[in-house]
Design a protein around this ligand. Structure first.
Ligand code: FAD
Length: 363
């Protein structure tokens, strides 16, 4: 009987497995494929990422540093409204490498991480859970005191535990052009209504073009317009789902969700790497597999950390659907130096942001 069975070894699962194993719990982590693949992520993260990695990670994973974003109401040739910081705002990193690095840290902490093991069913009992696992050779049953569903936006564990779905699932697509680009700005296109597109310079790893949209939007058509507008040839196209809006409950009797499975993402960008790992830390700190009543402490802790950021993030996202003339007026008024932390919309009222705004008015 394991203390925790972790389903999915992305950032959330690997982080939870590492932290739980560090505390001495007996942890089995199951990944249906090979850790890190297939890629469906930009790996554009705040510098907070390095608090979750081990030594040497930056040398291995870093691709480019970003100081700001140029917002556009429209395509590549539309007017750019720059927002920037004086210091580095974010990093672009190798996302496949990140997942492998985090899985290695979990192994080093003592977690039993197994690839090519797909969880197909979860049954909850009063004092344990049973997982049906399809491995490379055979199907086996695994018993654990608790199950951590870290299996991404279309979480099987969430369904098996009868937990509610996130409010919304966006569809994200990405592709890359090969030329090196070390520029320190990303471009964001608020291509009305309700979706956005981006261009991210990835240093020697080329340039990424991407788009995220709700169901019903013709993603392929708009993505083709974006890359045609930039007049580039792209390859290695990939896609994935982005959950927005956490369900009202992410814990059951002996199970809990972390990361995209719990929609612990930023509503205005869909980014979830750092939020998922922050939530994994809350789970590892609060949950005792011998005391199911501690699950409610995890619910409280991650919501106390993220709920205000997520609700402000919803308001920012709502601005993507404002009429274009209103967006232009807003962007013109607000663009310039900012002091906002990309994972913390509440930092819009931080001293550093207010200082930047006042500095702008004085100039
Ligand atoms: C196009 C796109 C661009 C993005 N760009 C960014 C970005 O720039 N920055 C950012 O912060 N976030 C970004 N995100 C979001 C980010 O990718 C997710 O928030 C993050 O991957 C969530 O981590 P996770 O560990 O919860 O889930 P995942 O990374 O999805 O990991 C879940 C793991 O579970 C495994 N799994 C699934 N089902 C099973 C099963 N039944 N049994 C065993 N294993 C299973 C999967 O194979 C996977 O490895 C982007 C997403 C998309 C789609």
């Amino acid at each position: 009987m394991y203390d925790f069975a972790v389903v999915g070894v992305g950032p959330a699962g690997a982080r939870f497995a590492r932290q739980a194993a560090d505390q001495g719990w007996d942890v089995l982590a199951l990944e249906k494929g090979t850790v890190g693949t297939p890629l469906a992520c930009s790996g554009h993260v705040s510098t907070d990422i390095w608090a979750f990695t081990g030594s040497g990670a930056r040398d291995e994973l870093f691709q480019n540093e970003i100081y700001g974003a140029r917002f556009h109401v429209g395509g590549p040739h539309s007017r750019a409204y720059p927002f920037y910081k004086r210091e580095v705002a974010s990093n672009v990193i190798d996302r496949v490498g990140l997942d492998r690095h985090l899985a290695d840290l979990a192994r080093e902490a003592g977690a039993d991480v197994r690839e090519n093991h797909t969880v197909t069913a979860v049954d909850e009992y009063r004092d344990h859970v049973e997982l049906t696992v399809s491995g490379p050779d055979e199907s086996v049953t695994v018993e654990a005191k608790m199950v951590a569903g870290c299996d991404g936006p279309r979480s099987r564990v969430r369904t098996e535990l009868g937990l509610p779905e996130p409010e919304e699932l966006l569809h994200g697509v990405l592709a890359f052009s090969a030329e090196a680009d070390h520029e320190d700005f990303v471009d964001v296109h608020l291509t009305a209504p309700t979706f956005f597109a981006w261009r991210i310079p990835r240093g020697e790893a080329g340039v990424e073009y991407g788009l995220a949209a709700p169901p019903g939007v013709q993603v392929t058509k708009h993505f083709t317009e974006l890359v045609d507008g930039y007049e580039v040839a792209v390859a290695h196209r990939c896609s994935g789902a982005i959950p927005i809006g956490p369900p009202e409950r992410v814990t059951s009797r002996r199970g809990f969700l972390i990361g995209d499975a719990a929609a612990q993402t930023k509503p205005f960008t869909g980014g979830g790497i750092c939020y998922g790992m922050r939530s994994a830390d809350h789970a590892a700190r609060e949950i005792d597999p011998n005391r199911p009543e501690t699950l409610s402490a995890y619910e409280r802790a991650w919501r106390a950390d993220l709920a205000r950021e997520q609700s402000l993030g919803h308001w920012l996202r709502a601005a993507y659907s404002l009429p274009e003339p209103v967006q232009r007026v807003g962007l013109r008024a607000l663009s310039g130096e900012i002091g906002v932390h990309m994972d913390r919309p509440t930092s819009l009222v931080s001293p550093s942001h207010l200082r930047a705004m006042v500095g702008r008015l004085m100039r």
